[in-house]
Design a protein around this ligand. Sequence first.
Ligand code: FEO
Length: 401
Amino acid sequence: MPAACKVVQIAHDIHWVGVEDWNRRSFDAVMDLPYGTSYNAYLVRGREKIALVDTVQASFGDELMQKVRQVVDPGRIDYLVMNHAEPDHAGSIPVVMAAAPGAKLLASEKGVEMARVFFQVPAERMQAMQDGGEIDLGGKRLRFVAAPWLHWPETMFSFAVEDGVLFTCDFFGAHLASDLLFADEVGGAVLPEAKLYYAVIMMPYAKMASAGLDKAVALQPSIIAPGHGPVWRSPKPVIDAIEQWTRGPLLKKAIIPYVTMWGSTRRMAEVVTASLSGEGIETIPYDLSVTDLARLARDLVDTSAVVMGSPTVLGTVHPLIANAASMVRLLRPRARIGAFFGSYGWGGGAAAQAKATLESVKMQVVDSVDVKGPPGQADLERLAVLGKNVASKITGATAPE
Ligand code: FEO
């Protein structure tokens, strides 16, 4: 069977009929996808009725239908469950609804409205499902669980009660295409990709992610089947990871995004890095002229401190720092400790701008060193103290004099 036609049984009468998008390299124009991604859809067959849980991006609609046909006649589908209206999962709704003229689309109340707007599904072919509502397929029930803002306001989970399979769409997902469907087969690449996915998609809604995690755990799923990336048939590692990312203790870690034009800010970054590291803090400096912002996003999940370094350019921070700062503002990390260092030629401005950015995401700026021209010995000593001040805040110790 060609790989493109592969279907995989994940539980009794539950088949993965999703597709791999091997060559996709960017998502939402912000996330790099080194491994591509997948759009997962699942066919659930009861004794009397058949449900398809989610679809795939429209460009893969034919491949989805080819896969569905390997398991059932698409005309026999009774329910199309839309856990999320974003087109990477819902884009093939029109194809499925056309092939299954008797099918009803099930979604949250907000989802029904979105399906009408985005995919022109007529009202008489849709049914809004309440939190906790169920349908019986015949020996197999699907329960619907409200899980808003994971990642849009309409998102929900679906739970195959008898089989313990939880379909979570974006939540628990990772952008990773693989011929191996199960996370335990894929190995070490999965959690780092899941972490990046969490950072960019879920971290801005961390409270909703925390609530969604509680709801998922309460169901005690034996399998977590997300909308992107591998299926977790032993879900503990990803549950533990999301627990840590949403509400676990932050790490003794500091990230130092910086930009340099003539080497002064780099020299300063080196001193701050050495100082923090010397205090036992995991310290990661990023020269933003060569750094993939995804790396920064991933580290924002569990860092305790963000120390920004920028020269003043035209009275404000360098554009690359402005770009990173805008990502920090959007992703709303849990870190509460900030600091700034930089240099300027004639008039400053970067320090005030960086301080405003850090404070806008509830970080306390514990220290700031702004130097006119290249840093001298006294400046380098001040930067070492800055590193110690940040480290002290992280460890909760008293700041040095
Ligand atoms: Fe994978 Fe929010 O769509």
